[in-house]
Every structure is written in C-alpha cells, then in structure tokens.
Design a protein around this ligand. Structure first.
Ligand code: DI6
Ligand code: FE
Length: 417
C-alpha cells in the first residue's frame, strides 16, 4: 500500500444528491457527507467521518447546502444569429410552426441571420446564452450546428462551439446537425443529402469538429430514407449518431435511430410503442424537451409511461434554440418535465445529470462518485425535489468545474474554492 491518498480539496457539511443509480435511496442522497477532490476528479464520497485517512490539503464547507452533479444539458442549438421573437407574435395570431416554416420563416430565417453573422458575433451571442445555462448549474453542454446548411457556415458554427469549450467555463461537446434542406436546394433534396454525406461530414471529421451527428427526421426536414442515408454515412466515418425523432409526427425515427445504435432519440411526442421497444433494446436514451412542447403549445406529450414500462433511460434538456425553445435554464426544463410530462422530480433530475451524460456517451460525469469529474453544483435548497419545484428562481450558490469554483453571474471567473 502507498501512503495516505492526497486530496486537494475536501468539501464537507454537504447534503449530497449523488444520483448514483444503484444507491438504494432516492437521489442517492447522503444527508451529511463529504466529497474529496484530487487533480480535478472525485476520489472519495461518503458520510461525515468517512474521510479519515485522507491527506487533505484544503477543506471547504458547503454549509449544509445541497450538492448535486453539475447539470448536463445534452441537446442545445445555442450558436445562431438573430432571434425569432416575431414568430411568437405570428403564432399567437394563429399561424402554426409548420405554416411559418413553409412560408420561408422558421429555421430558414435563422439560417439567413447565422450566415450573415461573423464569427465574433456568433461567439459573443453564444457565450451569453452559455452563461445563462452555467449560472443555472450546467457544467457540460452539447451544442449543435444546423443553422448554416452550407459547408462554410456549418464549419463556422462548429468552430465557434469548440471555442466556447476552450473558454474553460463549461465543458462543451459538439454535434453536426443535418437540420433541413436549404431553400435553394428544395428541387433536389436527395442531391443535398449526398452533399451532406460526401462533402460536409468528411470535412467536419477532417477538422475533428463534431463529437456526434444528428438528423432532424420530420416532414419539414429529412424523410426516414434520407435520415438513414446520413446516419449510415456518419457511422461509416466513426461518429456516434442521434436523431430528432417523432417531434411533430410519427416517422419511425426512433426505431431508425435505435437500428444505428444511436446515443439518443430526442423529442418523441409521437413515439409509437414499437419505437419504445426499439430504444430499450438498443440502450438509446430518450431525450425529452418540454421547453419546445410548451413554446409550441403541443397537445401531444411523450409517452412517459411507455418509456418507464420498457425501462428506456430518460434525459431532459433545454433544446435551447431560437424557434421552438428559447429556454435558457435547464432547471426550468426539469420543472416543466414534471409539470407538463409528469416525470417525478427524481426522474427529471436524473434526466439532467446521469441520463444526460449517458445521452452524450460520457461515463465520466453526471454522478457524484469516485472516478468522476469534480463537476458539482451547490444549491440554496434543502431537498433535491426543490430543484424541480421552484421555477424562475436563482437557486445556484456555486459550481465546481474540475474542482475549481465558479460563482453565478461571473461565468468566466475562476477562483479557488
Ligand atoms: N427541432 C426543433 O424543435 C428545433 N429544431 C429541431 O430539429 C427547431 C429549430 C428552429 O425552429 O429554429
Ligand atoms: Fe433540437
């Protein structure tokens, strides 16, 4: 045996919702616990006193606050130009999301604004939105492309997303999203799909700009056959895949995603029973996006009982985007997942931590346990269910990213705990 284990920081007096899946108690709760951190990683978690024998350099008290894993937002489109507040007014006047999209608004209008923005503008607005999420306890965020639709702008979006990660305030994973067929290619959608597969994806891979590939499988975007062509090209290039599936209609997108071993199938309001079975068999995570459901005022809800029955892991995310979910708080999505989709607070919090990490294919975060990154959120609440209960409230006291403290309101600040 070597000597006592060196610890950089011992966090004490913490009520820890570890979210460990096998803990046998709700939320994996440790009422009065400690977390030991070395080199940015968690090396020990346990009740008060369990730290005996560790060689501790520094101790910091959580003062009885609730500690959770840093939140993981596994589905966002937070890099884009402009905004679409005008469409809210149009929809309140009676137009539907599909009406606006077919009339050349919708995604197409954000594509125009994104192409027109230079890299610095895209970076500045994305940083601001990332700051909202970080101030709400998010430590890892997935960022999709998909508002360029041409090679140059798609690459620019992904480079901006990578630069957000290099800021070091929040961990960023990137996804190339085949979002829709651009207006000037509507006469030859299959030709556009071939361009995505033969030019865009290889260029993205050559620059290592994407950690995954996503396709919007929908009547206003890509057909199941086109979606399959893109998934297959992505898998051939060695990239994990995911699908925007069954958001507005049943296209069998979830079953298709499962067939390609997708990390996740996202939205799922129109998921049929066979789709749930397919997700379960493939181990694909169901990502629920209640912000879009509320903003579009969709009657249809994802079949949560069916997902539970087949033990499909459920994640919850903001879907932060300018058209269907201008939502800058993951806890708000957790709240809506409960009030609108009837998830339990524990399911919803697991959906923004453990299962969200799984939806990104990451097993080094999302749980407070030894061997995981020291990405933590400290909250001004007593019970973890409160995280799903209060909404529109600033509950975050602090975040730790790799063991380093950041304080809400200063997403760029890096002071030591
Ligand atoms: N589903 C959505 O809800 C967003 N994209 C997608 O695939 C909407 C994107 C937009 O309207 O800008
Ligand atoms: Fe989305």
């Amino acid at each position: 045996m070597s000597g006592p284990r060196h610890v950089d920081l011992l966090l004490t007096d913490a009520r820890i919702a570890t979210m460990a899946p096998d803990a046998g108690v709700p939320y994996g709760l440790i009422d009065d616990g400690v977390v030991a951190i070395a080199d940015g990683w968690i090396v020990h978690v346990g009740p008060r006193g369990s730290e005996d024998g560790l060689e501790v350099a520094r101790t910091g008290s959580a003062h009885g606050r609730l500690v959770t894993p840093g939140l993981v937002d596994c589905h966002t489109h937070l890099v884009f130009g402009g905004h679409r507040a005008g469409e809210l007014e149009q929809r309140l006047g009676g137009a539907t999301y599909e009406d606006i999209a077919r009339a050349g608004g919708g995604i197409a209008s954000t594509v125009a604004a994104t192409r027109a923005a230079d890299d610095d503008e895209l970076l500045a607005s994305a940083r601001r939105r990332l700051g909202w999420l970080a101030d709400g306890g998010v430590t890892t965020v997935e960022v999709k492309s998909g508002y360029g639709l041409d090679l140059d702008t798609e690459l620019r979006m992904l480079r901006v997303a990578r630069r957000l990660g290099e800021d070091g305030t929040t961990r960023v994973t990137t996804t190339f999203l085949a979002h829709t067929v651009p207006a000037d290619r509507r006469d030859d959608p299959d030709g556009y799909v071939e361009e995505v597969c033969r030019e865009m994806l290889p260029a993205v891979v050559a620059e290592r700009l994407a950690d995954a590939v996503d396709v919007f499988c929908e009547t206003i975007a890509f057909s199941p056959a086109q979606t399959e062509r893109i998934l297959s090209a992505a898998v051939d290039l060695g990239l994990p895949v995911k699908v925007h599936a069954e958001q507005l209609s049943d296209q069998n997108g979830a079953a298709l995603a499962a067939r390609y071993g997708a990390l996740s199938a996202d939205h799922l309001e129109h998921l049929p029973p066979e789709g749930a079975v397919a997700l379960a068999e493939a181990g694909t995570v169901a990502v629920l996006l209640p912000g879009a459901s509320v903003f579009l005022d969709e009657d249809r809800r994802p079949p949560v009982d069916l997902l539970r029955q087949h033990r499909v892991p459920i994640a919850v995310s903001t879907d932060l985007n300018p058209g269907t979910s201008p939502l800058g708080s993951l806890l708000q999505a957790v709240n809506l997942a409960c009030t609108r989709f009837r998830l339990t607070p524990e399911e919803a919090l697991r959906g923004a931590t453990e299962h969200a990490a799984r939806a990104l294919g990451l097993d080094d975060r999302g749980v407070v346990a030894p061997g995981k990154l020291a990405d933590l959120a400290l909250w001004e609440v007593e019970h973890p269910a409160e995280l799903a209960y209060w909404h529109g409230a600033d509950l975050l006291a602090a975040r730790l990213l790799g063991g380093e403290l950041t304080v809400p309101g200063e997403p760029g600040s890096r002071e030591h705990a």
